[in-house]
Design a protein around this ligand. Structure first.
Ligand code: UN1
Length: 496
């Protein structure tokens, strides 16, 4: 097993590791052990980071994009070399099982190579001018200093989704990682350093949302905020950024459903549900927390799910036999417990789980039993609100149309899935499911980095992480007209 290299983290500002007096411990959610201390910075660290970023960005933007991309290629190779070490550290701080931690680091590697290749594209457009001897084009221009705020549930992947496009497009970054999972931020900053990214192009400021995040959102020189996290925080950021006319990209979760139709391959559906609902202990924005099931197959699905859930092993994710790791912290456990009570009070039927694991082997960590409710109704809070834990509610329906309607009835719109063998339903579903991501015959998780990631309605504000679309929030479109006629030509007037 890898060792944590330091007992005390520092901010990374202008290529220097800057210590901060106020610190808080980072706890391994599987064992309850304190791993190391992370800074609780204040606004002065944000100011210093922005100053460094502003200076660095001017030079960085002048380097041709294909050369900027060379750094990202090196980042990709370094991440690849360090994949196993990073995955183990990720499991220690976040709790997800090693297999999933490896998958998450792989997302970062993929993103590095994908965005590095953008260095040779960053396509703009040429457009005919309405005037003779005049050339018109639109190009992507960097914005300047961008702020990224990333969550604990994907501490390295989401950071790469946001920082890599920002950097390849010629911006400098001020990054606030989640204080629960700072080791991935420290390691990624080290990778950037080792890859030769010029000082100040990325700056990491550790601390709370109410201090560091707030200072970033209010800072005049940060022109973009890209945020993944809770709905409430995202909405506050959006209103403040709106007031300041700051660009903002938000990804704020989901209430994702798997639809199981009467003609579905039930064994496959069970596998898909299990992976999406209980993988990462349900702590993914894309996690399946509703199963909308056709009444004809409801009982058969329940039976098979219960059998499969029996086999789920719960424990420390560093143990390769474990399938479900811990919940990030006690507050997470309390929130899940609250929803279990809500579900029972609302009249949903608890078929499995519903409790925190407190036996000796689990006592120091935060473990919750995979939970299955059935006979849930669309209107119930457990079927509407994001729980962020291993809790899934079955909602029976009578038809395909009703399934689509139930899927779309929530305020979120991130991911959805349908299991069916009917090709007509497949195409109707991809059209009618009101989510940013739709899966057919697969669970709700597992988005690939070269497709846009994000959702409709309350999930976000229309921007997308990853995919080439990730560049949109980090660039401005600049329209450029070059008149080579040698005389003053007036658009709209001198047109023959
Ligand atoms: C998230 O939970 O915010 O599609 C990200 C997935 C992963 C990313 C999830 N590739 O489930």
């Amino acid at each position: 097993m890898v060792e944590v290299k330091t007992k005390k983290l520092a901010n990374y500002i202008n290529g220097e590791w800057v210590e901060v007096e106020r610190m808080t411990p980072v706890i391994n959610p599987a064992t309850g052990e304190a791993i190391l201390d992370v800074p609780l910075s204040d606004a002065s660290s944000v100011d210093a980071a922005v100053e460094a970023a502003k200076k660095a960005q001017k030079e960085w933007a002048l380097i041709p994009a294909p050369q900027r991309a060379e750094v990202l290629y090196r980042v990709g190779y370094l991440l690849k070399e360090r994949k196993e070490e990073l995955a183990q550290l990720l499991t220690m701080e976040n709790g997800k099982v090693l297999e999933e931690a490896r998958g998450e680091v792989q997302e970062g590697i993929d993103m590095a190579f994908y965005m590095a290749a953008e260095g040779r594209r960053l396509f703009g457009q040429t457009t005919p001018s309405e005037l003779k001897d005049k050339f018109a084009m639109s190009v992507r221009a960097p914005i300047g200093v961008v702020g990224i705020i990333t969550p604990w549930n994907f501490p390295i992947a989401i950071a790469t989704w946001k920082s890599f496009p920002a950097i390849v497009a010629g911006n400098a970054v001020v990054w606030k990682p989640a204080t629960e999972t700072p080791i991935m931020a420290y390691e990624l900053a080290k990778v950037f350093e080792d890859a030769g990214l010029p000082k100040g192009v990325i700056n990491v400021v550790f601390g709370s949302g109410s201090e560091v995040g707030d200072a970033m959102v209010h800072h005049d020189d940060i022109r973009v905020i890209s945020f993944t996290g809770s709905n409430e925080t995202g909405r506050n950021i959006a209103s403040e950024c709106g007031r300041q006319l700051k660009k903002v990209s938000l990804e704020m979760g989901g209430k994702n459903a798997v639809i199981v139709m009467d003609d579905a391959d039930l064994d496959l559906a069970v596998e898909g549900i299990l992976w999406s609902a209980f993988g990462t202990s349900g702590q993914r924005c894309t996690a399946c927390s509703r199963v909308i099931v056709h009444e004809e197959v409801k009982e058969a699905l329940e039976e098979r799910l219960l059998v499969a859930m029996e086999k789920l092993t719960i424990g420390n994710g560093l143990d390769s036999t474990i399938k479900v790791g811990p919940i990030i912290n006690k507050a997470g456990i309390e929130k899940i417990k609250k929803y279990i009570e809500i579900g029972k009070d609302e009249g949903a039927k608890l078929l499995a789980g519903g409790y925190e694991l407190t036996d000796e082997e689990y006592a120091n960590g935060n473990f919750f039993a995979p939970t299955l409710f059935t006979d849930a109704k669309d209107s119930m809070r457990i079927a509407q609100e994001e729980i962020f834990g291993p809790v899934v509610s079955l909602i029976p329906v009578k038809s395909f149309e009703e399934a689509i309607e139930v899927n779309n009835s929530v305020t979120f719109g991130l991911s959805s899935s349908i299991f069916t063998r009917d090709v007509n339903r497949v195409f109707q579903a991809q059209r009618d499911l009101d989510t940013g991501i739709v899966y057919v015959n697969a669970g709700t998780t597992g988005a690939e980095i070269h497709l846009p990631f994000g959702g409709t309605k309350g999930t976000g504000n229309g921007h997308r992480d990853s995919g080439v679309q990730a560049l949109d929030v980090f660039t401005e479109w600049k329209s450029v007209y070059v008149d080579y006629s040698g005389k003053l030509q007036r658009a709209q007037i001198d047109v023959e």
